[in-house]
Write a protein that binds this ligand. Sequence first.
Ligand SMILES: [Mg+2]
Length: 225
Amino acid sequence: MYSNPLVPWHEIETVLLDMDGTLLDLYFDSYFWLELIPQKIAAQKGQSVSEAKAFMDTELTRVAGTLQWYCLDYWQALLGLDIMSAKREIQHLIQMRPDTIPFLDALRDSGKDVILVTNAHRGGLSLKVELTALDQHITRLISTHDYGVTKESQALWQALHQDVDFNPQTTLFVDDSIPILHAAKTYGIKHLLCVENPDSKKPNRGVTEFPSIIDYRDEIPFIIK
Ligand SMILES: [Mg+2]
């Protein structure tokens, strides 16, 4: 329990939330792209798994920060693999963080607008909503694919601001990606929060550039009016 909140909640009217690594355990995505997909590539090409992992590293780095990185159609075409059925094979790993629902419900109960803004492709978003019922706790779900640009880009923030009524001065944006938090800061979002532990299988990261949360439940007493 913190003695002080990480966020001045009385100033916040709108909360924009990332999904993977912020509300959902990033372990699913890490395992999917860095373990399962290399295994499938290795089997398909007759390579070793370590060769396939090196190939995936190169390909992921090539498109980092762009819409392709997040685009299931791009990977399906590049790899010749059925990406959605591969996701279904390990869908039991799609898990909400244990502190997510209490946090979302406290935000809703305090009357704030709660909007998901994810770079995830609509296909991946649908699967995650189906398995977690995340949509029951959030007013609106936005995939940045609908705008054709990612959160790393200022064009996304401009397009989002045209579409969604929010005041950057009274908005909190929560994301586990430091480059994305910097993009939101550049755009002028005043309140920013990072995630110390996006992947349940990894140690805390020791984030220094932004205030950083370990357990959203520690903020709840400060959220409720
Ligand atoms: Mg994320």
